[in-house]
Design a protein around this ligand. Sequence first.
Ligand code: NAI
Ligand code: MG
Length: 356
Amino acid sequence: RDYSIALIPGDGIGVDVIREGRKVLEAVCEIDGGLKFDYTEFDWSCEHYARHGKMMPDDGLERLRGFDSIYLGAVGYPGVPDHVSLWGLLLPIRRAFRQYINIRPVKLLRGIRSPLAGRSAEDLDFIVIRENNEGEYSSMGGRMYEGTPLDMAIQNSVFTRTGVERVLRYAFRLAQANGKRNRLTSATKSNGINHTMPFWDEYVGRITAEYPGVEVSNVHIDALCAFFVTKPDTFDVVVASNLFGDILTDLGAAIVGGLGIAPSANINPEKEFPSMFEPVHGSAPDIAGKGIANPIAAIWCVSMMLEHLGEAEAAKAVLEAVQDVLEEGQVLTPDLGGKASTRDVGDHICRKLRLA
Ligand code: NAI
Ligand code: MG
């Protein structure tokens, strides 16, 4: 079991948290002698952009193609417009490698107190499946009449039968497979968005027939945001378009301890291409360079990567070690009320792993 990993630490705190994630992978290999990872690091980032005028080289995608997984920190830094950093690296990877599923667990870990009063781990345990390849994040559109009173911008959304069916089927399967998760909530806004959202809803309706036993509800995105706060215990699997899923999952992160913890997996379910694992958070320029970023989101990503690679036992061990550290509450970064550094938390999680 020898896996090749492409590391793209990126910008800001991305660099700090990926270092800790790699440490954890190394600790996992110490424990399980049969497991081995080979790392190749790529310095693709806003700094790369400043030097070369591009986020990654022209053959960047080709160079990533052969890896088993991609492990990414975050990109984006003041001075480089965010749409440049995102469209120059992250979105091309998600699309070229058909990572059309973005898995974002909303799960309250042991040792974390939800800001929602009275909510326990039992109430807060669901998965958001975000469509990751099309939808509102399309580069179609443009700017017109700039510099005149008619100045305007138009952005098109793209929803295709292929794109919508595959993400819905994935979500339905997930809802059906897992005993507890037989309820699927679909995020919509078909009252205001009158072409793409009715299209999305129509496919939800058609596919429902293929998955007997899955209880489906269509909820408008605005109401759904409120329900994340008022009745999070009613969700099992939530499926959403690219933009809706993006917004929902920052909210999802907030109700289970914040962006410092929230992981995500960009999955190519067919495994024709590498999948990519990255924390939900960005490069956090406000705390970059201070050594206080929480590495837990990135380390949870390591667990999701192990799971995807078929190393379920190691995946579980990592998440257990994280929860042991959270529950103990002695070594935490400032976002969780502690005083520890990024490195301290990474080291402590490795220590727990070795002790387990
Ligand atoms: P952000 O996620 O970087 O930061 C939002 C807030 O959460 C900040 O106050 C930050 O300090 C805090 N935070 C985030 N991660 C944390 C961690 N691990 N530990 C402790 N606190 C943490 O989002 P923001 O500020 O909107 O974006 C900053 C830059 O990151 C932008 O350039 C944006 O485009 C980029 N970005 C990149 C993403 C990616 O590469 N996948 C995702 C989101 C944003
Ligand atoms: Mg986001």
